[in-house]
Each structure stands twice: as structure tokens, then as C-alpha cells.
Design a protein around this ligand. Structure first.
Ligand code: SAH
Length: 262
């Protein structure tokens, strides 16, 4: 590291949690970092890959508990890069999917700082795959929409459009908004029997899936004490989890195997 060499900020996507789902580029960038700034959604297994000799700071934003204000974080990134450091700003999933990556990149570009985004597997993709739910499937869903259930100010979502498009809906940050999501979709005409899955801690050791129907979304969340981070997936594709979920498949084959052995 030298003061004459300009620094660079890498906005890196960590994926949903499993370190094997980091991209090769993300790992390479992490290994070359002078400073790492990480979010709460970056799993412990991924934090364990940060170089031991390099300082790593938590700059996460849990709901109602922001360790550092976004504008202070933006100026920290600019300041550290100006000192010639190779800064890795690593976030859960993909930085450009509900990750404020665009805002950070705009600030860096305006400040004349060299910056690059390394995409990550967004949780909607990683978690549904781990639960055996294809986001699209011929005959069931010809498209997929990612929706945030939280907004800086007021949420502006066209529920009528979402309820009519007849494809997969994935809600990020939706656990505490289950009532709002279900009631708006039902009011807009979505069938009460539409399958839903709630995937908690997807792509991690403690992944849990709760499956049911949209009319029961609120009680599914409450009765199973679902905690963040969790995604809510709405659509007919959820029914495929019965056949495609890797754990269910393993259980079925073990059963079949036992029958053969017995
Ligand atoms: N940039 C991230 C999303 C950040 S918003 C991405 O691309 O995935 C935070 C929300 O993402 C959480 O509230 C939750 O809805 C979802 N999420 C992130 N990681 C998750 C995980 N491992 N399991 C389930 N949901 C997750």
C-alpha cells in the first residue's frame, strides 16, 4: 500500500450466506483487500475468509439499528480510497438488489474514486434454489418480480398489477409486513389458495422453510416464529418444492433405500 497509488472501492456481493456461493472474483478481491467493511447479512463463514492481517469493521444496518449513517459510510469509503487503500465493502446477496449499491457507487463516482461492483447471488435466487423452488417453470410462471416490503418513506407498490401478472413474487424484508402483503394481494384478487413459502436463513446451516397458502401467511409467520432474514415467495412454483427440495428428496431416497435393504 502506498500513498501515491490511488485506492479503489469494491462493492462486493457476498451471496446469501454459503461461502461456496461467493464468486471467484469476490474471493479474489477479498483476499487483496487493505480494509473490509461488512454488513449484518454477510455470514460468519464468509467473514472467516477475510484476511486475518487486515482490519474488518461492521457497518451493518439492522432494522432500527444502524451502526453508521449511510452518508458517513459514503464519506468513509471516499476517505479510505483517497488514502490509497483497496477497500472491500461487502454486502449480503447482490449490491444492486435492495442493497443501496447504486447510491454508494454514485457517491464514489461523484467523488472521483475508482470503484467497481462485484455482483453476488441475490437471496431470491440462492434461497429458492436451496428450497427446491424454481423462480420460473414452464406452465406455472413465465416471470418473476422482486419486491421490497420496506421503503425509505412510503411503499408504493401496484398491488393490482402484482396480483394479476400470474407469475412468481419474491418479497424481501417482508417478515414484519406479512399482514400488509397478504391483505393487499388478496384485496387485489389473488387466489386465497396461492402457495407461499417463507425461507428463513436461506443457504445457511440453519435454513428453514415454512410452506402454506397466502390466506394463512400471517399465522404461518407468527406460529413458526419466523425471524429475519427471510424471504416470502408467492406463486404456483412453490408447489414444486414437494418434489424438488433437496432435503425432502434425500429423505425419500433414504426411505426407498431402507425398504430395499429391509
Ligand atoms: N442485497 C440483498 C438484499 C438485502 S435486503 C440480496 O441481494 O439478497 C435484506 C433482505 O434480503 C432480508 O430482509 C431478506 O428478506 C433477504 N435475505 C437476504 N439474505 C437472506 C437469507 N440468507 N435468507 C433469507 N432471506 C435473505
Amino acid at each position: 500500500m502506498s500513498n501515491s497509488k490511488p485506492g479503489k472501492v469494491w462493492l462486493v456481493g457476498a451471496g446469501p450466506g454459503d461461502p461456496d456461493l461467493l464468486t471467484v472474483k469476490a474471493l479474489r478481491v477479498i483476499q487483496n483487500a487493505d480494509l473490509v467493511l461488512f454488513d449484518n447479512l454477510v455470514s460468519q463463514e464468509i467473514r472467516a475468509l477475510f484476511p486475518k492481517s487486515v482490519p474488518a469493521f461492521y457497518v451493518g444496518k439492522c432494522k432500527d439499528n444502524h451502526s453508521i449513517a449511510q452518508k458517513d459510510l459514503n464519506s468513509l469509503l471516499v476517505k479510505k480510497a483517497a488514502k490509497g487503500l483497496n477497500v472491500v465493502r461487502i454486502k449480503g446477496g447482490d449490491p444492486f438488489v435492495f442493497g443501496r449499491g447504486g447510491e454508494e457507487l454514485l457517491t464514489l463516482i461523484k467523488a472521483g474514486v475508482d470503484a467497481e461492483v462485484v455482483p453476488g447471488i441475490t437471496s431470491a435466487s440462492g434461497c429458492t434454489t436451496a428450497a427446491g423452488i424454481p423462480l420460473t417453470h414452464r406452465g406455472l410462471a413465465q416471470g418473476c418480480t422482486f419486491v421490497t416490503a420496506h421503503a425509505e418513506t412510503e411503499l408504493s407498490v401496484d398491488w393490482n398489477a402484482l396480483a394479476q401478472i400470474n407469475h412468481t413474487l419474491v418479497f424481501y424484508m417482508g417478515v414484519s409486513r406479512a399482514e400488509m402483503i397478504a391483505s393487499n394481494l388478496l384485496k387485489a384478487g389473488l387466489s386465497a389458495a396461492t402457495p407461499v413459502a417463507i425461507i428463513e436463513n436461506g443457504c445457511r446451516e440453519n435454513q428453514r422453510e415454512v410452506i402454506g397458502q397466502i390466506k394463512d401467511l400471517v399465522s404461518l409467520v407468527a406460529n413458526n416464529n419466523v425471524q429475519s432474514p427471510a424471504l416470502i415467495v408467492v406463486g404456483e412454483v412453490v408447489s414444486l418444492a414437494n418434489d424438488l427440495n433437496p432435503e425432502l428428496r434425500a429423505a425419500v431416497s433414504a426411505e426407498t433405500l431402507n425398504q430395499h435393504v429391509a
